[in-house]
Design a protein around this ligand. Structure first.
Ligand code: ADP
Ligand code: MG
Length: 677
């Protein structure tokens, strides 16, 4: 802690009680207070004459209190405090609810600046519960007032007082992590004036520049962190797998690999033979056949005497991988076992034993693989499937089950290149940009309720022809009005499809029940599977050729693309029906995107453009870290600059010796992986 910095408790007026409340905002010290940025500003500089106030707008007025506040008890629990204020141009009524003390400090005949929303109150204009401050001698206009995030018990005035202390003590004391040269190059203010303009704005334009500087700082720090990870990795010694022949493996998979699959596998084979730990991302659209690359890495590990682990985000997916890998590897004499959270203790112990005595060579599982008690004998390679479902910490935990094992992460989530660099800057990337032959694009239709009878007839027709149907509903139980729950839905559907075998699958079912249901569907013993989005990732039933999504407008486009990817996996002509097109123009426009294209990248771009970055940026979907000041999807140009500068800094000065303040911040960044999760 720097000399000027101290715990909040040590600041006069902030006892244990208030310090506890501040902790809820992650403020423990004065420097924390400086990094607790206002969530907005009230611009009280634009002081209007009362006569010019417009109802519905927020505004500031400078006015004199005409009559003392009077308290009106409207009914039990509702007390109004009313008063009137005036200036040269007119009179305004003020109303406070259940807060007679809020207005009690206002003195008749004194002048204040009031700020609030203007409303009509009968024939006069009014402000409800405006904030106010006394006019200082010589003051002409109002101020720009920061609005801080609060928790129960804290008031704006507490944060204002605390940041006052922090600003005055820190002034000239904090070392700026941004190198001067970069500040000059991008015309950004130094840290001192940045913090001042953030907490005590003089003009909103200057505060805007200060915010950009904080955004750039955060992106630069992150990019430096990624550079540092990358650097550390290239210095690490890794396992060498010299035996890279894969002829037997290609025979065993039972189809001809695509050129793109061959290229990705060649990348992997080259990495693992090079003596450095591989850290590679395989990115490919749904159905592009990424699992083959995973299997090839397992093969390379095993034929060089090492074990391999494959981690999938759901039990359904883990089970599916196990089945396919067993089919491929059994003829090669390689054993594949499965470890999931729902196994009995006994089964778990048996698998653990097999892993330790090395009779298990490939281990497939869920998060269960990274539990502390699970141990490997000689883990040489790991695969993380659908990597965006896992945090970096989970990926790292699996790596620590071996000594710098080769790591392959796989993702179907297409994101713009700039963001990919930000996210995966420490990874090498192989792209599978080709689908296996014989796939016909899924025919997609966005429809409304009026089409329901025809869609049901279409379902019947597909089933009669030997196909299978998925129906996806957003919720499990009948919750929000009008939404179809999986179970209730299946019930209704049964009467529309008499005699057809309908199953239900949702996240609240027990894992073995889920597995059984999935097995019935993939074995052809169900005609329709009504499911929640548990089937979103990876599920592969080639005979299924119709996907119906209810309330599709409630899903993200990329998520719908993933869902659609469950069909079109076999020889049957496949269809995707999206209900929800009758819910307004916006919904219709969104769903239309999917009817137009099958290209995951284009869909991701449209998703980004339509939903706005905030939602696209949801961590769960894309595994992006949470930034405090910046939304990278909205600031691609800034992201690019930060990346370029970080790269150059590290190229010139690998330990950042010339920038100790920056180096110190980068050092703290990934200490516990928390920033990345
Ligand atoms: P994803 O990239 O979505 O994980 P999968 O690995 O699950 O895709 O592959 C989708 C389906 O395509 C599987 O049934 C798989 O066996 C099949 N497949 C993969 N590669 C080929 C290929 N080269 N030729 C034919 N079928 C393939
Ligand atoms: Mg997959």
């Amino acid at each position: 802690m720097e000399a000027w910095d101290c715990p909040v408790r040590a600041v006069p007026g902030f006892g244990p009680k208030r310090s506890k409340m501040l902790e809820k905002l992650n403020i423990r010290t004065l420097s924390d207070a400086l990094r607790c940025y206002p969530r907005g500003y009230e611009d009280r500089t634009n002081v209007l004459p009362i006569a010019r106030l417009q109802a519905g707008e927020k505004a500031a007025v400078r006015a004199v209190v005409g009559v003392e506040p009077s308290v009106h008890r409207v009914r039990k629990g509702l007390e109004l405090t009313k008063l009137r204020i005036f200036d040269e141009s007119g009179v305004l009524e003020l109303v406070y609810f259940n807060n007679r003390y809020g207005a009690a400090q206002l003195r008749q005949g004194h002048e204040y600046i009031f700020y609030g929303r203007v409303e009509h109150s009968g024939r006069v204009k009014a402000m409800y519960a405006p904030s106010y401050e006394p006019v200082q001698p010589e003051q002409t206009g109002g101020r720009i007032v920061p609005v801080y995030p609060l928790t129960a018990g804290l008031r704006q005035s507490d944060l204002l007082r605390l940041t006052d202390v922090a600003l005055s003590r820190s002034s000239g004391q904090i070392e700026d992590p941004l190198p001067t040269a970069l500040r000059d190059k991008y015309g950004l203010p130094d840290l001192d004036s940045t913090l001042r303009q953030i907490h005590r704005p003089v003009s909103l334009a200057q505060t805007g520049l200060a915010r950009r500087r904080l955004m750039f700082e955060e992106l630069l720090l992150f990019s430096c962190g990624v550079q540092r990870l990358r650097q550390a990795r290239t210095q690490e010694k890794g396992l060498t797998f010299p035996e890279t022949g894969l002829d037997g493996f290609w025979q065993a998979i039972g189809f001809l690999p695509t050129q793109a699959q061959r290229r990705a596998v060649a990348d992997v084979a080259q990495d693992v033979a090079a003596g450095k730990p591989m850290n590679r991302l395989v990115q490919g659209d749904v159905g592009s056949g990424k699992t083959v690359v995973a299997a090839a890495l397992c093969m390379l590990a095993v034929q060089n005497g090492w074990q391999a682990a494959v981690m999938a985000p759901t039990e359904i997916l883990a089970a599916q991988h196990t089945v396919w890998l067993q089919k491929v590897f059994a003829p090669l004499g390689v054993s594949v076992v499965q470890m999931t959270g729902s196994m009995t203790a006994r089964a778990h112990n048996a698998v653990q034993q097999a892993i330790l005595d090395r009779t298990a060579q490939i281990v497939v599982g869920t998060h269960a693989l990274i539990q502390e008690k699970v141990q490997f004998a000689n883990l040489g390679a790991i695969v993380v499937d659908e990597q965006h479902r896992f945090g970096v910490a989970q990926r790292t935990a699996l790596r620590h089950k071996g000594q710098t094992p080769h790591t392959l992460v796989m993702s179907a989530t297409p994101i713009p290149r700039t963001l990919a660099l930000l996210l995966y800057g420490d990874l090498d990337v192989s792209i599978i940009d080709e689908l296996p032959p014989g796939r016909t694009p899924v025919k997609t239709y966005a429809v409304g309720e009026a089409m329901r009878p025809r869609i049901q007839a279409f379902m019947e027709k597909q089933i009669a022809a030997g196909g299978q149907v998925y129906v996806v509903c957003p919720l499990v139980e009948e919750g929000e009005s009008g939404l179809k729950s999986a179970e209730a839905y299946a019930h209704t559907l049964q009467s529309a499809l008499p005699g057809r075998r309908i199953g239900v699958l949702h996240g609240r079912m027990r894992p073995d029940a889920k597995r059984q249901m999935m097995a019935r569907f993939s074995g052809g013993n169900l005609d329709v599977l009504v499911a929640t989005t548990v089937i979103e990732v990876g599920v592969n039933v080639p005979n299924a050729n119709l996907m119906v999504v209810e309330d599709a407008d409630r899903f993200g486009l990329s998520q719908l693309h993933q869902l659609r990817g469950r069909v079109g996996r076999g020889r049957r002509e496949s269809y995707c029906i999206l209900f929800g097109a009758d819910k307004g123009q916006a919904a219709q426009d969104r769903l239309r995107v999917l009817t137009r294209t099958n290209d995951g990248f284009e869909i991701a771009r449209a998703d980004l453009a339509q939903r706005g970055p905030g939602e696209f940026f949801g961590k769960r979907q894309h595994g992006l870290p949470a930034f405090q000041t910046v939304d990278p999807t909205a600031e691609l140009a800034l992201v690019q600059c930060a990346q370029k500068e970080a790269e150059q800094l590290y190229a010139q000065d690998p330990t950042l010796a010339a920038y100790p303040a920056l180096a110190a911040r980068v050092e703290g960044l990934f200490r516990d992986d928390s920033v990345l999760n």
